[in-house]
Ligand binder design. Structure first.
Ligand code: CA
Length: 221
């Protein structure tokens, strides 16, 4: 599940992004409203955490523009003012949920899970191929009915491969989808994650590799 986090307080944004990545989410960060709209046009984010109080283009304006475009991203709006009037105004603008600051981290996670379930409703939450099955809401994986204990990155690779429905996924695409964090961008980490994922999936190896193409799973033969 990919999240775009929009918050102009950099320390808060970066800390939150790190925490969410540890939960296994793929997180992009934008520090203002205009950057958020630009970023959203180039990535496939299902969820957006949108601070209401942003410089120049406000969270309200971003929310309104996305809804006018009928953009499908689910929006969780953060606001410092937790009054009922603000809550109603935020929801009227088209936010899917609302969380007053300061908030408890576990509360944020709970809201994201709920929004993720709704976001996944249309696309389906279970992806399956080659007897490998994942639940993208609960973030669980199994092979031949056997539960797998995957790291967030291994899970991310598997989710990307299954979402491609038999198509090739290149190392660069995996880096972009699973390792959005710049510090981690090294091709060797993809290879390492695929290696450990394969070991956990067991035999027969369902992941195909081809130089120049990348990886795929469950291709129609
Ligand atoms: Ca702010």
């Amino acid at each position: 599940m990919r999240i775009l986090l929009v918050e102009d307080e950099r320390a808060l944004a970066d800390g939150l992004a790190d925490g969410l990545r540890r939960e296994g989410y793929t997180v992009d960060v934008a520090y203002d409203g205009a950057a958020a709209l630009t970023r959203l046009a180039t990535i496939d984010a299902e969820l957006m955490i949108l601070d209401r109080d942003l410089p120049q283009l406000s969270g309200d304006a971003v929310c309104r523009m996305l809804r006018e475009q009928r953009h499908p991203v689910r929006i969780l709006m953060l606001t410092a003012a937790g009054t009922l009037d603000d809550r109603v105004a935020g929801l009227d603008l088209g936010a899917d949920d609302y969380l007053p600051k300061p908030f408890a981290y576990v509360e944020l996670l709970a809201r994201l899970r709920a929004l993720g379930r709704r976001a996944g409703g249309a696309a389906g939450t279970v992806l399956e191929a080659a007897n490998v099955r994942i639940d993208t809401v609960r973030r669980t994986a199994e092979r031949d009915g056997r539960p797998l204990r995957l790291t967030p990155k291994e899970y991310g690779v598997l989710e990307s491969l299954l979402a491609a429905r038999g198509g090739w996924v290149s190392t660069d695409e995996l880096l972009d989808e699973v390792w959005a964090h710049a510090d981690e961008r090294a091709r060797a980490v993809v290879k390492a994650a695929v290696h450990t994922l394969r070991r956990k999936l067991g035999h027969p190896d369902p992941i195909e590799t081809a130089p120049g193409h990348g990886y795929r799973i469950g291709a129609a033969s």
